[in-house]
Design a protein around this ligand. Structure first.
Ligand SMILES: [Zn+2]
Length: 181
């Protein structure tokens, strides 16, 4: 697959990391994308997830679509913009904090459609390795990163799911419960 990356050495990473201080109140992001995007997510290395966790992830992320102003589908064939390549890694890169949950690539002030999700730090926030919880947590993290790309925002809200740090309570919340708030 050809990814249009022209200057790989200049990439920076936009990180979110675990929240160790206190629970955060859940509020809608201050800025929601106005338009309804159709976004395709291509998930690399998906065999690192069990089939149950993968199903939970896709289901929860599709439910989060309205929060990011997008209809989200999954495939890796016939990719045309807008699409995002999502790579599952066990651990963050060496240049990142150990507790980073995910990163988006950026270049020249733009958020690129390349996302990495880090499984071990996300697992460490879960009370149990239940597939439904694992998939749901991955979906919240991926949804957060997706909003960086769709809105081209690199700064965060002070609280809520678009804050710089996400906690366990946030990651375990069913998307349907959040939308009802
Ligand atoms: Zn972020």
């Amino acid at each position: 697959m050809q990814i249009p990356i022209s200057k790989p050495l200049q990439f920076g990473y936009n990180l979110i990391a675990m929240l160790a201080l206190a629970w955060i109140f859940l509020t809608l992001p201050a800025v929601l994308p106005a338009s309804d995007h159709q976004v395709v997510l291509c998930l690399e290395n998906q065999k690192q997830l069990s089939s149950g966790a993968l199903h939970s992830f896709r289901d929860a992320l599709a439910q989060l679509g309205p929060l990011v102003g997008a209809t989200i589908t999954f495939r890796c064939e016939d990719l045309r913009p807008p699409f995002v390549i999502v790579t599952l890694r066990q651990e963050p890169r060496l240049t990142q904090p150990d507790n980073a949950l995910a990163a988006m690539r950026t270049e020249d002030g733009r958020v690129l459609p390349r996302m990495e999700l880090y499984l071990k730090p996300i697992h460490s926030l879960l009370p149990a390795r239940l597939e439904v919880l694992e998939g749901r947590a991955l979906a919240w993290v991926a949804g957060h990163e997706l909003l960086h790309f769709l809105s081209q925002r690199q700064h965060h809200d002070h609280r809520g799911w678009f804050a710089a740090e996400l906690n366990t309570a946030m990651l375990l919340m069913p998307p349907s419960a959040y939308r009802q708030k």
